[in-house]
Design a protein around this ligand. Structure first.
Ligand code: CP
Length: 303
């Protein structure tokens, strides 16, 4: 395991496999109700989230606790960040009070990478702006691997707000390295120019994206990152671009529905599709816990 986990762009297939294999073991512990483990005893993990989160922050917190680590949460709004302290000074301070692993979510792309170079503490990127969300893509790949027994050869359709999505970027990097085919679809205003240069296939319609896919992954419409004029009404968007049970008939027989959540029901996906048997959306959340346990375990082994 490297010092930091900053993105999937720089990881090799072998490094991704090591994390997924360890996460599969962590998932077995969770399924057996084993949450008093000691793989990370003597390590202190701090969550430093400059942006809102439910799944990522809570699962990092539980992951550290279930592994026997010390765990701290910084409420950025109540910390000295509110007095103007820089991210470097904040992380250096957290390191100085003996936190060995700092989990950072930041609205600015590149913030975890910037600070990781300057501190001895290990840094985990929990999502940086529109750039990367590596633990999300890893949990997505674990979900696929558990369902299909492999990632190589799968066709994964990623549908929605590609432009503002760090989840899409990390999944494209990771899935292509693991030998999957990635199809992308979104309204033109939410599709970054030149995205196909990453190796993904850009589709012309939602039907084309879903047809013959093994995984249909919806992405949240990130209204908070958009400037005006890029998005029709919610109703128009759902009618034209929403993932529905009717459209899922075009996918392969054993296909699954995924979404990183939070979900906008009735916007990028129907409520029925979220709750149906094919949906793995809540299983993804449990796999997120397993992946974050795996990363902390691997880092703790080399402390
Ligand atoms: N998928 C995800 O990152 O969710 P949170 O924003 O709730 O952490």
């Amino acid at each position: 395991m490297r010092k930091d986990l900053l993105g999937l762009e720089g990881l090799s297939r072998e490094e991704i496999e090591e994390i997924l294999d360890t996460a599969a073991v962590m998932r077995e512990h969770l399924d057996k109700g084993e949450i008093n483990l000691d793989y990370a005893k003597g390590v202190s993990v701090v969550n430093l989230f400059y942006e809102n989160s439910t799944r990522t922050r809570t699962s990092f917190e539980n992951a550290a606790k279930f592994l026997g680590a010390n765990q701290v949460n910084i409420a950025v709004g109540n910390s000295s960040v509110a007095k103007g302290e820089s991210i470097y000074d904040t992380v250096k301070t957290l390191e100085s009070i003996k936190n060995g692993i700092v989990v950072i979510r930041h609205n600015m792309a590149g913030a975890p990478q910037y600070v990781a170079k300057k501190v001895n503490a290990r840094v985990i990127n929990a999502g940086d702006g529109q750039h990367e969300h590596p633990t999300q893509a890893l949990l997505d790949m674990l979900t696929m691997k558990r369902h299909f027994g492999k990632i190589e050869g799968l066709t994964v359709a990623v549908i929605g707000d590609i432009k503002y999505s760090r989840v899409a970027r990390s999944n494209i990097f990771g899935l292509l390295k693991m030998g999957a085919k990635v199809k992308l679809f979104g309204i033109k205003t939410l599709m970054p120019k030149g995205i196909e240069e990453m190796g993904a296939i850009v589709c012309d319609s939602i039907e084309q994206a879903i047809s013959s896919s093994d995984v249909v992954m919806g992405l949240r419409i990130q209204l908070e990152r958009q400037t005006s004029g890029q998005f029709p009404t919610v109703k128009e968007y759902f009618n034209e671009y929403g993932i529905t049970m009717e459209r899922m008939k075009l996918a392969n027989k054993n296909a699954i529905i995924m979404h990183p959540a939070p979900v906008n029901r009735g916007v990028e996906i129907s409520g029925e599709a979220v709750d149906c048997e094919q949906s793995r959306i809540f299983d993804q959340v449990t796999n997120g816990l397993a992946v974050r346990m795996a990363i902390i375990k691997l880092m703790a082994e080399e402390k």
